[in-house]
Design a protein around this ligand. Sequence first.
Ligand code: GLY
Length: 592
Amino acid sequence: MFFRAFLALCLLSSSVLAAAPGGVVAVSHPAAAAAGARMLAAGGNAVDAAAAVQFALNVVEPQSSGIGGGGFMMIYLAKTGETVIVDSRERAPAAARADQFAPDGLPMPFALASTSGLAVGVPGTLRGVDTALKRWGTQPLAATLAPAIELAGRGFRVNRFLAEDIANDDGRTALQPETAAVFRPGGVPLAEGGWLVQPDLAKTLKLIAAKGPNAFYRGPLARAIVKAQQRARSELGEAGRGRMTTADLARYEVAIRTPLMGRYRGWTLATMPPPSSGGLTMLETLGLLERFPLGDAAQGYGFGSAKTLHAMIEAMRLAFADRAVWIGDDDAAPVPRTGLLHPDYVAARSALIQSDGRMDTPQAGDPTPWEPAARPAPATRARAESPHTTHFAVVDRWGNVVTYTSTIEYTWGSGIMVPGYGFLLNNELTDFNFAPTADAAAGNPGANDVAPGKRPRSSMAPTMLFRDGKPVYAYGSPGGATIINSVLNVTLNLVDHGMTLQQAIDAPRLSVTHAAGRVSCEGGQAFMQPGFGLAAQEALRRLGHAGLGEAGTDGCGQTIGSVQAVSLDPATGGQDGAADRRREGTVVRLRR
Ligand code: GLY
């Protein structure tokens, strides 16, 4: 009752909020946003709220994130001014091998490998949230699980996005009986407006609330996870069975990382270092673009102009060529972070961008001369990635900020639900190279080849923008490799195009995720303003860019990412948030 009354109080104008902010939660689902707001209302901080949001997402966005997956939680600590990252990325089991997805030299079909236990990485989300709570939270784990337990036990209304993900799942929710029983009861896919109750998941979350995370990483639940991931698609036989053991689960540890820092036109960015490629690739792209006056309409640039979009496309292609070769888990093999962002390297790469046409497919560059230990240049390689995952952001009344992206990899992960426990297992190991690429003679480091204990390369990029040492914006996105470009688009909108946070999120996005790749661009939704005009699209076609459809047609009709964000005004102490209508984005604003 108190909570409902409290939430009613939260629907206030931002001018009132600026007077006495009590925190803001921005999430892709209203029930998960309410879970975070409940923590803040009870006196919890941003980390407590983030924990509650994450567990609630397991219930209301089970297709995208949960305790069967992993993620990156970036935390700004107002008291010390430090920014830290809890890396709970899934890890390859000890028995993983570089050629496991290509045992006969040929990569397995993605659809089969990604729905077999072989793709399941050792899950990290629960250990990550628990670690963050113990180090920086104020509430016990059980308190942060309470909203999710209620949601799972009582049920919630299926929204359009969940219903669409069930309807368009390529059969993934029908492959395993436990998954089908939850999302296709009686063989009928749950539809929008239906009611979803998840008693097994409620029981599991209660168990964790009572016994702590070791109830997941050891004992009967750990054994059930191991057994579940031994399932393989029949076409793959033994080769498709998962290799995770109870020892892998028992030894899972998170990493606490410092963010990758970068500069762009006077702003400071804190973003995600390896094992994600997200931060490095985005910062490199920004560096490649800095010589172009993207915001200056008088020079023919400005939002949505052909000149701006062409520069963005070419910069993305260059940075993704580097990503394909150089970036992986640098706890396993060093990534040339210094070289990839070195001004001289970036300037040489940026000089490849010509104003009068699309460049031939660029190869990865050689950033190694700028690294402490030089390495030879390799060949490139790239692979398609999946569109799902979840991002959310929180700020509390003390000015602590969390920006957190989490995932079970593909929509519905592996599709394997742990029998009796009601949560899905990830297929994160498909983020590794499917066939080994390491080749000393060719100078390829195999940065993202599978190896025991290694983390697969991610694209997730929780990010904060700082001015004068203070956080002003915190954001991120789902969307596989497009995450990098969604975060980039929003950054350009804020910095170059002077948009408000909501405008920056609403504006249509453009993305290319491979050096040889085609352009994807958004349009067709009323809120995506200003749009990408037909004249600009025509000019891009003339420059040689593919992916925009036939001449004279509108080739921008996709949906890319889902950015949830919070903002702080260091001058006034004001706080606000902005949510993405590409999902059921919700902002809850609290006041004291
Ligand atoms: N599996 C999505 C990512 O980590 O980027």
